[in-house]
Unconditional design. Sequence first.
Length: 161
Amino acid sequence: MNEILSADRGGHDGPNDRDGHDHRDGPRAEPPAVRRQLPSFLVIGVLSTLFYLALFVALRLVASSQVANLVALAVSAVANTAANRRFTFGITGSDGAVRHQLQGAVAFLIGLGLSSGVLALLDAAVPHASRVVEVTGLVVANGLATVARFVLLKLWVFRKR
């Protein structure tokens, strides 16, 4: 966990991190970068989740739960990665955008595995489950995927190089 919270410190040569403080005695309680990034990540995550769920419910009118999930998650994941790139991690311009989207696809695949797994379990355990039950399962899966997404975005996709 300390690695996640201190990931922005990469590239310094001494005991002082970017805020100029000596942290040899242990990690800071709240790294400034995480304090700035989490609120933005959470707002983007909530909006992305609402968009994903609305798209899923709309697509369920014409497609199976697995197809609706795949399309809704793919569309919302691209938008989510672009928004986090700009607002959470402060990266502007097109330099590296394609690479970031491709790396973000790993987080998408984790989310797809979790959400598809939930839908498959529901289909086996509760055939013809209501949309409310499906959406509830997807919210749980999406919550787990969100934790993985933040870790991947922070430590791999948008880390300081």
